[in-house]
Design a protein around this ligand. Structure first.
Ligand code: ZN
Length: 264
C-alpha cells in the first residue's frame, strides 16, 4: 500500500522500481486484487508487506501469482498493540503511525532489500541512514506539535481506529465507532455510544479520514456540536498533488490538522 511503498522508495532509491497494489487513498483492509495485481506480484523480485493482519488478501494473491519471491514483513520486531473489540482481542496493524515504528520498518526494508540484492547493499544502507535522520527530525516536530495542544483538548474522534500507535506514542486519545479494520459498518448502538461519549467528555472535534466515507463523521458532528477538524491520512497517502504525497508529508498534514482544530 502507498505508505509502505513510500518507505520502500526512500530505502531503495534509484536501485529499485516500486509498485503499490493499494494506491493513493486506497483501503488496504478491504482490497480485492485483480488479475493484473497477480501479474505485478509474479514479476516482483521482493514483496514487502506490513503484516499484523493488515493484508489478509495477500496470501491468496501470492498463491495465485505463483510467486516464490522473498517477502519482507516490515513490522518484524515491533510490539503489536492489542485492542479489545466486540469482546475479542484484535491486533492493531497501523504501526506506521508511530515514527519510532516507521524507523523499524526502514531497518527491515533495508535488510530485506540487501538480502535480495547484495551488490546494492551499501546503497540501501546509505539511503536508509539518510532517511532515518529525516524521520528523527519528523519525530521531534510531531512531539513538539502535540505538546503545544492543551492536554485536555487531546482527544478526538476518527472513523476507524487507525491512530492507536500515534496516540500511545505522542499522548493523544483517539476514539472510533469502527474498530481497527474498516470491514464492517458500526452499529447504531455503537454510534449512539460515541455520541454520548463526545458529550460527556466534551471531545472538541471529529476528523474525516481519506480512506473513509465522510458521512458518519458529518452525522456525529451534527448530533454533538463537535466540529469537523479536517482530513487525517490514516492508511493511505494522497495522490501526488494532495497534502500527503509521502509519509513525511502525511505526518505534517496530520499534525497541522490536529493543531488547527484543537489549539482554538
Ligand atoms: Zn486502517
Amino acid at each position: 500500500f502507498s505508505i509502505l511503498a513510500d518507505l520502500v522508495k526512500n530505502v531503495g532509491g534509484d536501485k529499485i522500481e516500486v509498485s503499490a497494489l493499494v494506491g493513493p487513498n486506497g483501503d488496504a483492509h478491504v482490497f480485492s486484487p485483480s488479475p493484473a495485481d497477480a501479474k505485478t506480484v509474479a514479476a516482483a523480485k521482493v514483496m514487502v508487506v506490513n503484516g499484523l493482519g493488515l493484508e489478509g488478501w495477500m496470501t491468496r494473491l501470492v498463491q495465485a501469482s505463483g510467486s516464490k519471491a522473498p517477502m519482507v514483513v516490515a513490522t518484524t520486531g515491533i510490539k503489536p498493540r492489542n485492542m479489545e473489540e466486540d469482546g475479542k482481542q484484535q491486533i492493531d496493524p497501523h504501526a506506521w503511525q508511530s515514527i519510532a515504528n516507521a524507523k523499524v520498518y526502514v531497518a527491515n526494508i533495508r535488510d530485506g532489500l540487501s538480502k535480495a540484492d547484495p551488490p546494492n547493499a551499501d546503497a540501501y544502507a546509505a539511503n536508509a541512514a539518510a532517511y532515518l535522520v529525516r524521520l528523527d527530525a519528523l519525530e521531534g516536530e510531531v512531539k513538539a506539535a502535540i505538546a503545544r495542544i492543551p492536554a485536555d483538548h487531546r482527544k478526538i474522534i476518527t472513523t476507524h481506529d487507525a491512530f492507536g500507535y500515534f496516540g500511545a506514542a505522542y499522548g493523544m486519545a483517539f476514539i472510533s465507532p469502527e474498530g481497527v479494520s474498516t470491514d464492517s459498518e458500526p452499529s447504531a448502538k455503537e454510534v449512539a455510544r460515541i455520541i454520548t461519549q463526545i458529550k460527556v467528555q466534551k471531545i472538541p472535534a471529529v476528523f474525516m479520514e481519506n480512506i473513509s466515507d465522510p458521512r458518519l463523521m458529518q452525522q456525529i458532528s451534527r448530533e454533538t456540536g463537535a466540529k469537523i477538524g479536517g482530513t487525517l491520512y490514516s492508511d493511505a497517502l494522497s495522490d501526488q498533488k494532495g497534502p500527503a504525497a509521502s509519509y513525511i508529508e502525511m505526518m505534517h498534514n496530520n499534525i497541522r490538522q490536529l493543531s488547527i482544530a484543537l489549539m482554538s
